[in-house]
Design a protein around this ligand. Structure first.
Ligand SMILES: [Zn+2]
Length: 317
C-alpha cells in the first residue's frame, strides 16, 4: 500500500527501529526492494532523487513506482529524495509521490527555512510528507548522489538548537542531519557523532534521517538507530550489488539482457533484506502494532483469519 513518511516513521521513532530508503531508478531495483520488504514484512521507502533523473526521468519512474507501491502487501512510501529545485519537487507531488525531500541545505539558514516552509505547505496540501535538511551532508568522491565534497564536514554538522527552530518554523515531517555521514562510498571509515544524534533527537519531535548509509558498519547503524535515527538512506550498496551480480552472470550469459535482469533483482533483494534486518524493521509492516501488543505478525495474521472465519459463519446463518 502507498503511504507517506508519517505512517512508517512515527511508529519507527516510537519503537526505536529505522525504515530504509532505497533509490529505485530502474525496474530491477524497484522489484528487488519490494520483494525484500514483502518477504520480511517490513515497511520500506523507495524513490529517486533529482541528481538521479538522468538515469530515469521522473514521469517514467513514477509510472512504475506508484502502482508497485499501491499493489505491495506492505507499506511503501514513494519518496523524491534531494529535490533541489522548486519545479521538480512540485512535479513529483503532482505525479503522486507520497513524500518529498526539499534540500535547501546549501542556502542560508533563513532561506532554507523560508523555502522549505513554502514547500511543506504544498506537500501537505497533497497529503504528502516532506523532509528537510539542516547542516549539510556532503558527498564522498565519485558519489552518484552529488559532488559536494567538504574539506571539513564538522563545520556543517547540524546544530541541535537550530534544528528545533527549523522544525518548528517549517513544519517538516522528518529532518536529515549532518553528523559525520556523507553520500557515496567512504574512502576512510566515517566517524559518526552519536552524542549529537542523541541531543538532536531529544530536542526535536520529528523523526531524524541519516543520509549516506552505504559503508557504515553494522554497529554504526545499531548505535545511530538506538540514539534516535528513524530513517536511513541507502543507495550505493544496492546499486553496486546489482551490477556485481550482472557482472558475474555475464560470463555465462547466452540470451542477453534477460539473463542479467533476474540476477540483478535477486541481488538487490538480498542486499535490501540485509539492511531491513539490521534496521530492525522486519515484521513491522503493521506499523509496529504487533511489537507493542507483544504479538508477532504471524499471531496477528492467525487472529485475523479466526475473526474472518467467525464473521463468515455468522453471515452464513
Ligand atoms: Zn542524501
Amino acid at each position: 500500500m502507498l503511504v507517506n513518511l508519517n505512517e512508517v516513521l512515527r511508529p519507527a521513532k516510537k519503537n526505536k527501529y529505522a525504515v530504509g530508503l532505497f533509490n529505485a531508478v530502474n525496474l530491477e531495483l524497484a522489484r528487488g526492494i519490494i520483494a525484500a520488504a514483502e518477504s520480511r514484512r517490513s515497511p520500506v521507502i523507495m524513490g529517486t532523487a533529482e541528481v538521479l533523473l538522468p538515469y530515469g526521468p521522473l514521469e517514467e519512474v513514477s509510472y512504475y513506482l506508484i502502482p508497485m507501491a499501491k499493489k505491495a502487501s506492505v507499506p511503501v512510501v514513494v519518496h523524491f529524495d534531494h529535490g533541489l529545485t522548486y519545479d521538480m519537487t512540485v512535479k513529483a507531488l503532482k505525479l503522486g509521490f507520497s513524500s518529498v525531500m526539499y534540500d535547501c541545505s546549501t542556502d542560508t539558514y533563513e532561506e532554507n527555512v523560508r523555502k522549505v516552509k513554502e514547500m511543506a505547505d504544498i506537500a501537505h496540501s497533497y497529503g504528502a510528507t516532506i523532509e528537510g535538511e539542516l547542516g549539510h551532508v556532503g558527498d564522498n568522491e565519485g558519489s552518484a548522489e552529488g559532488s559536494s565534497h567538504l574539506a571539513d564536514p564538522s563545520e556543517f554538522f547540524t546544530d541541535p538548537a537550530l534544528a528545533k527552530d527549523f522544525v518548528d518554523r517549517t513544519g517538516v515531517d522528518a529532518l536529515a542531519v549532518a553528523v559525520g555521514n556523507a553520500h557515496g562510498a567512504y574512502k576512510l571509515p566515517p566517524k559518526l557523532d552519536f552524542e549529537r544524534i542523541r541531543t538532536i533527537a531529544n530536542t526535536v519531535d520529528v523523526p531524524l534521517v541519516l543520509h549516506g548509509g552505504s559503508g557504515l558498519t553494522d554497529n554504526d547503524f545499531r548505535q545511530a538507530i538506538a540514539d534516535g535515527i528513524s530513517k536511513v538512506n541507502i543507495f550505493t550498496d544496492i546499486n553496486v550489488a546489482a551490477v556485481e551480480a550482472e557482472f558475474k552472470k555475464f560470463s555465462d550469459m547466452n540470451k542477453g539482457i534477460i539473463d542479467l535482469i533476474p540476477a540483478a533483482v535477486e541481488a538487490v533483494k538480498l542486499a535490501t533484506m540485509n539492511k531491513l534486518e539490521l534496521f530492525g524493521s522486519c515484521n513491522k509492516a503493521d506499523g509496529g502494532i504487533a511489537g507493542e501488543s507483544g504479538l508477532s505478525t504471524t499471531d496477528l495474521e492467525k487472529i485475523t483469519k479466526l475473526v474472518a472465519a467467525e464473521v463468515a459463519k455468522y453471515m452464513g446463518k
